[in-house]
Design a protein around this ligand. Structure first.
Ligand code: PEP
Length: 253
C-alpha cells in the first residue's frame, strides 16, 4: 500500500494577480529543484487565479491546481457560485470541501457537503475533505466522535470506487491560523482514529487514503508531523503564501 504524499496550499482570500504570478513562479522553480516528483503539490488559489496558473504549471508533472470550494449545483442561475464542471474545464484537479471557515461563516452543513462531494466526483475532481473540532469540543472530550460524525455524514454514502478518490484533511480548528500546531501525538492519534473509522466502512481502501494534517504547518514543524505513520501530508494556509516556506514544507517528506 502506497499513499500519495501531498502538500496542498490553501491561499484562502489572499493574493492579487501580480502577487500570485510571482508566488507561483517561485514555487515552480523551488519545487522543480528541490521536491521529489513522488510528492504531489497542490495550489488552491482564489478562483480568478486558476486560468493563468494552469498555463504557468503546464510542464510541472507534480504540481496541480485545486479550487477552495465548488457549488452544490451543476450549472444555472446561481450568481456568484462556481460549478465543479467549470473548475474541471480549467483543468483543475482538486477541490477543498468542508473547510471549517466554510462550515462556520457560510453555514455549510454536512448534508450540503455530501452533495458537494458527489458533484465534485461526478466532475472528476478530487475532494480534499476537511474535518476537525473546536478547542471546546476537544477539551470536553468530544473530538473523536465529532470528527467521525463529520466523515460519516458526508462520505459514507459513497461507493468504494468513489471513496477511493477522496483525500482527507484533519484540521483542528484551534490550530488554524493561530500559530498553535497540534503535537505529533495529537495529530497521529486523530489520524489513526480517522483511518480506523474509514476502514470500518470502506475496509482495506482506507489504507490507501491520504490523510493530511492542517493547522499552522510551517517549514520547521512539517518534518516531524509528516513522519507520523498516519500523516500523509499537509493542508497549509498561511505558510503557503510564502514560496520559501511552502517549498520547505513540500520537501519535508
Ligand atoms: C487552513 O486554512 O487550511 C490552514 C491550515 O491554515 P493555517 O496553515 O494558516 O493554519
Amino acid at each position: 500500500m502506497t499513499r500519495k504524499k501531498i502538500a496542498a496550499g490553501n491561499w484562502k482570500m489572499n493574493m492579487k494577480h501580480q502577487e500570485g504570478v510571482i508566488l507561483i513562479s517561485e514555487v515552480v522553480n523551488m519545487v522543480k529543484d528541490e521536491v521529489p516528483s513522488t510528492t504531489t503539490v497542490v495550489l488552491c488559489p482564489p478562483f480568478p487565479h486558476l486560468g493563468y496558473a494552469k498555463k504557468m504549471l503546464q510542464s510541472q508533472p507534480n504540481i496541480f491546481l485545486g479550487g477552495q470550494n465548488c457549488a452544490d449545483k451543476a450549472s444555472g442561475a446561481y450568481t456568484g457560485e462556481v460549478a465543479a464542471g467549470i473548475l474541471k474545464s480549467f483543468e483543475v484537479d482538486y477541490v477543498i470541501l468542508g473547510h471549517s471557515e466554510r462550515r462556520e461563516y457560510y453555514k455549510e452543513t454536512e448534508e450540503l457537503l455530501a452533495t458537494k462531494v458527489n458533484i465534485a466526483l461526478e466532475n472528476d475532481l478530487i475532494p480534499i475533505f476537511c474535518c476537525g473540532e473546536t478547542l471546546q469540543q476537544r477539551q470536553s472530550g468530544q473530538h473523536f466522535e465529532l470528527v467521525c460524525k463529520q466523515l460519516t455524514a458526508s462520505l459514507f454514502h459513497l461507493t468504494p470506487e468513489q471513496y477511493a478518490k477522496i483525500v482527507i484533511a484533519y484540521e483542528p480548528i484551534w490550530a488554524i491560523g493561530t500559530g498553535v500546531t497540534a503535537t505529533t501525538d495529537q495529530a497521529q492519534e486523530m489520524h489513526a482514529v480517522i483511518r480506523k473509522h474509514l476502514a470500518g466502512k470502506f475496509g482495506e481502501l482506507a489504507q490507501s487514503t491520504s490523510i493530511l494534517y492542517g493547522g499552522s504547518v510551517k517549514g520547521d514543524n512539517a518534518k516531524e508531523l509528516f513522519a507520523c505513520p498516519d500523516v500523509d501530508g499537509g493542508l497549509v494556509g498561511g505558510a503557503s503564501l510564502k514560496s520559501r516556506e511552502f517549498a520547505n514544507i513540500a520537501k519535508s517528506f
